[in-house]
Design a protein around this ligand. Structure first.
Ligand code: C5P
Length: 224
């Protein structure tokens, strides 16, 4: 059976990752959360006080960063590792969310992570979600989805996610963070978030998770 690349892009907290993870499971493909990679780099920059405006320092730091994923089947989790340490919970915290879009806008950071993502999808048969997967990482992807949802619904979903992890954050603070990240992500010079011309637009505000997964799996099946 031919293998395809499923690229899911869209705004912050619109349910891309949750959908992508379940679609990957149904297709029996690996899932790569590229947002987690940008979050891991951000965590490293914060922990090591790396300047965001000195390209040499940035490049040196990137040379010392190794990001990997490990599936913990028993927990149903796919965790992110930074230089061998499990950082899955840390990278989801608000202090990382507050800086991640600034770090993601740095050209050197994007070049390094895009190259790693392209290596990961070299043999196809992968589901990847992010902001530039259908436009920059895999412009040749067989299936491209551009996902969005109502801003209030997105903020509520993120609040619930944080709460489940033990972090209580007000709705207004979350909504502000999503707005700020969307703005930086869509306005940066280097691979800004935008819908690929051949992407299928999905507004999931009124869809259940099952409906979203079913839709994307059906669209994927049409390509296989
Ligand atoms: O997907 P998530 O919300 O975890 O992504 C965190 C941030 O990482 C985004 O707000 C964006 O700044 C950045 N990102 C990116 N390109 C990607 C994936 C994420 O710039 N492909």
């Amino acid at each position: 059976m031919p293998k395809i690349i499923v690229a899911i892009d869209g705004y912050s907290s619109c349910g891309k990752s949750t959908t992508a993870k379940l679609v990957a499971r149904q297709l029996n493909y690996p899932y790569i959360d590229t947002g987690a990679m940008y979050r891991a780099v951000t965590l490293y920059f914060l922990q090591n006080h790396i300047s965001l405006t000195n390209p040499r320092e940035t490049q040196q730091a990137l040379n010392n960063i190794h990001i990997s994923f490990k599936r913990h089947a028993e927990l149903g989790r796919n965790d992110t590792y930074l230089n061998g340490l499990n950082v899955e919970d840390e990278i989801r915290k608000m202090y990382v969310s507050e800086k991640v879009s600034d770090v993601s806008a740095i050209a050197e950071v994007r070049h390094a992570l895009v190259a790693q993502q392209q290596r990961m999808g070299k043999t196809k048969g992968i589901v990847m979600d992010g902001r530039d997967i259908g436009t920059v990482v895999f412009p040749q992807a067989e299936l491209k989805i551009f996902m969005t949802a109502d801003p209030l619904i997105r903020a509520q979903r993120r609040q619930m996610e944080l709460l489940e992890k033990g972090e209580t954050v007000g709705l207004a603070e979350i909504a502000e963070n999503l707005k700020m990240r969307d703005y930086i992500d869509t306005h940066r010079a280097e691979s800004p978030l935008k819908q690929a011309e051949d992407a299928i637009y999905v507004d999931n505000s009124l869809m259940t998770l099952d409906e979203q997964v079913e839709l994307v799996v059906r669209l994927a099946d049409e390509q296989i």
